[in-house]
Design a protein. Sequence first.
Length: 183
Amino acid sequence: MSLKSVNDILGVLEQQTKWQEPPFQRLLNCWAEVVGAVVAVNARPVSIQRDVLWVATSSAAWAQNLTFGRQSLLLKLNQKLPTPLVDIRFSSADWQRPPDVQKLPPTVLPHEHPSYLGAKISPRPEAANTIKTANDAFESWAKTMQTRSHNLPLCPQCQCPTPPGELERWRVCSPCATKHIVH
């Protein structure tokens, strides 16, 4: 009876798990290494069907570009896989960004926005009953804007009434801040 060390036994078990690892899982594990970081962001393996790898791409242009280089990609992948692939098919049809990769813009609540004036200014409900023409609508809007801006501080550049949050954030009104960024 031969006694084997724990390391030998663990090594054998590790090899057995690699043999039992499904080909698609092994492909997913080595995908980014084989194709590179830029391609991995724009192309994702979807499935292996009858020894053909199906890959979803972020656009038709990526699908076409990768199709041109599929033979060299196939050679690289087959060096890493226990069962060789016959072909690779690229399509943008199945592309969907996984939720963890998708970057959603942070939600800004109205009261957190620099242009928020607060609950001090409320719409004029009586104005809705008197609006009958486009001129009435414009006059109502003009009066509302005048009321809103009556006690606001002025922008140091253009002298327009400006919400205090904009002045705190940019030291000027948002149109002036935008002009400064663009130029």
